[in-house]
Design a protein around this ligand. Structure first.
Ligand code: FES
Length: 125
């Protein structure tokens, strides 16, 4: 995949021919919205900035701040995106929602928001 951290820590090199923006389609119930995202943006941050909720009512205020530890920012991703970090790798391996704070947008993707009540309600499919 070629990145060291979803938050941009570590070495990175510009990619020749990289697009100015990458389309991310977000499914929220019956609604589907496509947003243009800067390459390299963290999916959790992008979704939040566009008003999409990745958390439950409690985890909205009590989460790990995007460090990949609490497991409450899960979303379904249609494409096979390479996991980053132990927790996201486990989520991918066992069919749980992927941790949006661990996903860097580097290619077009379709994201489905997961219904949550309090915490993460992360269940395998
Ligand atoms: S915000 Fe805690 S795992 Fe993503």
């Amino acid at each position: 995949m070629g990145f060291d951290s979803p938050h941009g820590y570590g070495l990175s090199t510009p990619t020749a021919g990289m697009a100015d923006s990458i389309p991310v389609t977000v499914r929220d119930g019956d609604t589907e919205t496509t947003i243009d995202v800067s390459p390299g943006a963290v999916l959790r941050d992008v979704l939040s900035e566009h008003g999409f909720e990745v958390y439950g009512s409690v985890s909205r205020v009590a989460n790990c701040g995007g460090r990949g530890l609490c497991g409450t920012c899960g979303v379904r991703i249609e494409e096979a995106i390479e996991p980053f970090g132990l927790h996201d790798a486990a989520a991918q391996r066992w069919g749980y929602p992927r941790l949006s704070c661990r996903i860097k947008v580097e290619e077009p993707m379709t994201v489905e928001l997961v219904e949550k009540r309090l915490w993460g309600q992360l269940r395998p499919r």
